[in-house]
Design a protein around this ligand. Structure first.
Ligand SMILES: NC(=O)c1ccc[n+]([C@@H]2O[C@H](COP(=O)([O-])OP(=O)(O)OC[C@H]3O[C@@H](n4cnc5c(N)ncnc54)[C@H](O)[C@@H]3O)[C@@H](O)[C@H]2O)c1
Length: 277
């Protein structure tokens, strides 16, 4: 394929996820596409990633210049909720589809409305990959036939340290599995922000943040970040259990989330046979 036929992609966020995603685009990974532009609030991160890619995309620190770059069709956000707030509407208004990884940003009703209205105006898509969880396709398929959805997230106490909802437990010895939160996703995302993307993605695919119930369990023997999704309704019921390893470069991010981002981008770039989407 000649360079002029390659689908041009921009990446916001050049950390662990953005770097692995960008490196997966090209003749040895996601064929038919190339990364042309990077945006990051850290010039060091952005320039280092640009230098590591072949051909080198251009690193921008200004949104305006980033969005003026070539015939970019898709922007992958791999940065933060703040980045979605700062750049999401402008990306969508410019007609580029937005692959959005910081799905917790969609729990803010005003931002949700602003993004979906911008997408409706320009015809661009907002794509939220399954990220660190699975079963999202099944959940979406039965979204109008659901009675209950629960997600139980079990993590080692160290992985919960610093969360506002864990403050009362910080100095206590936890020697066995202990429930530290049990309530609706809309509350969980405030008290356990590190769980926010998972709770947001499950809520958005199913019955929303008020009705999706979240339990957070601290377990010193947890084999990783474990997420169990249970759904029941007229269709029957299902359970998914994921034991996620952390990303080697960012222990807060499950490696599965990066792989899910790459697969979602592959589906956008090469829309041939797709299974389960
Ligand atoms: N959907 C999911 O299931 C899921 C799972 C894991 C992580 N995530 C989210 O994906 C995002 C990326 O994760 P990561 O591990 O690559 O993080 P990271 O910290 O390794 O990298 C983030 C990069 O984005 C840049 N950045 C942050 N805010 C920015 C802004 N406002 N404008 C421009 N650049 C900005 C940072 O400088 C950094 O280079 C995070 O928001 C994380 O919460 C989602």
């Amino acid at each position: 394929m000649s360079d002029s036929n390659l689908l041009e992609i921009g990446v916001i966020g050049c950390g662990s996820m953005g770097a692995e995603l960008a490196q997966a685009i090209g003749p040895h990974g996601i064929k038919g596409a190339r990364v042309v532009a990077l945006l990051d609030r850290s010039p060091e991160q952005g320039r280092a990633l640009a230098a590591s890619l072949d051909p080198h995309p251009t690193f921008f620190s200004s949104e305006q210049e980033f969005l003026s770059c070539g015939a970019m069709k898709i922007v992958a956000e791999c940065a933060s909720q703040a980045a979605v707030r700062e750049h999401g509407v402008a990306v969508l208004e410019s007609g580029r589809s937005l692959l959005l990884m910081s799905s917790g940003a969609l729990m803010d009703p005003e931002l949700f409305d602003a993004l979906t209205s911008a997408a409706a105006r320009s015809g661009a898509q907002i794509i939220v990959p399954s990220g660190a969880v699975g079963g999202i396709d099944a959940l979406r398929a039965v979204q109008y036939d659901l009675d209950s959805v629960t997600i139980v997230s079990t993590k080692r106490p160290a992985a919960l340290a610093g969360a506002p909802g864990f403050a009362d437990w910080e100095n206590k010895e936890i020697s066995s599995p202990t429930t530290v939160f049990d309530g609706p996703a809309v509350e969980a995302v405030k008290l356990f922000p590190a769980n926010v993307n998972v709770a947001a993605t499950v809520s958005l695919a199913g019955i929303g943040p008020q009705r999706t119930m979240v339990r957070v369990v601290a377990d010193p023997a947890a084999p990783g970040n474990v997420h169990e999704i249970r759904a029941k309704g007229g269709f029957g019921e299902f359970q998914f259990r994921l034991v996620n390893r952390p990303h080697p470069k960012n222990p807060k991010t499950s490696h599965l989330a990066v792989l899910a981002a790459i697969e979602a981008l592959r589906a956008l770039v090469n829309p041939g046979l797709r299974v389960g989407t």
